[in-house]
Design a binder for this molecule. Sequence first.
Ligand SMILES: Nc1ncnc2c1ncn2[C@@H]1O[C@H](COP(=O)(O)OP(=O)(O)O)[C@@H](O)[C@H]1O
Ligand SMILES: [Mg+2]
Length: 355
Amino acid sequence: MSTPVTGSVPPDHHPARDRDPRSESGSSVARGQISHPQLHPGLEDERTTGSPVLEEAVLSVRDLNIVYEVGDGVHAVKDASFTLRRGEILGLAGESGCGKTTLAYGLNQLHRPPARIIDGSVVFHDRDDGRDVDVLALEGPQLRTFRWSKVAMVFQGAMNSLNPVLNVRTQLEDVLTTHRPQLSREDRRRRCGELLELVGVERSRISAFPHELSGGMRQRVMIAMALALDPQLMIMDEPTTALDVVVQREILQEVLRLRQELGFAVVFITHDLPLLLEISDRIAVMKAGRIVELDTAENLYFEPTSSYTRRLLGSFPSLTGETGDFVRAGFGEADPPAGGDDAGRTASPDQEEAG
Ligand SMILES: Nc1ncnc2c1ncn2[C@@H]1O[C@H](COP(=O)(O)OP(=O)(O)O)[C@@H](O)[C@H]1O
Ligand SMILES: [Mg+2]
């Protein structure tokens, strides 16, 4: 029951294994389509140096339903379905309480009671051995290994979850000792140094204790730990929300570069829609537990089909208002969706709300 299974994925959600996995042609996910360099000058270059997004899927989520079994019950995630491609950044947007974190945790069974997955499937398509893993059937040591080595998670408070009495080296090495016991001590040390450099922290900081590092550096160390076993998917839940804007930018730039270099996919959660529009290949908008829209960042911006997405876009003055650098820098002559009215491309702002 807890062993990986094959062939349990509906055909329409199966990775396109018969295609050349390196081929990018035909992908509906194109990079660099949205360009607003004035707003975030550093991020632009990273985005446009060739798409690392492959046609092949890394994760298929089908009709996922998660409830909190309290009182009358809270149906926090309703029929969530999406397919994540290798190397793709999928942004997850939506107001506080709409179910983003619950969905993210459900993807690798990090949810805890009273949360319970009542329906649906999560299938991970492993690049290493070509097998499909029924994630929701994993348990015990298999699940723990899966979480570190296949799908890694970085969340908002992560930087505060470093152990205050252990230095960075000990904590990084611990991951490798547990999951790569065959590594020699020397190799382990070398890998720890490499990982720190990878995330832009000087090797010399390896003997530092968490309190000797800034918040941004601690979050970088957490990202290094998440990357230690070369995961194929990173789930990042508000990973930079607690950091100041400059540090947030720097870290995101690092994540974009690493994604380019290492080819992992990312589920990136934030309530900061302008940020998501910039870094994501596609964006899923959630409302009251449901994904109400899922499209490329560009389509979502220019032609939102959900009135909720339009309202969300309209709630960010930087996207629509007088001082909108984002609009002026990136979207040229085209009309951005105006907030609160029906200036978007679809006919009626409320017609699709049902269901
Ligand atoms: N431990 C819990 N017990 C009961 N309800 C919860 C619990 N955690 C979250 N919820 C509810 O589930 C819904 C989704 O929450 P969450 O996934 O945290 O949203 P988001 O991350 O989008 O802010 C909310 O209505 C929230 O109140
Ligand atoms: Mg959350």
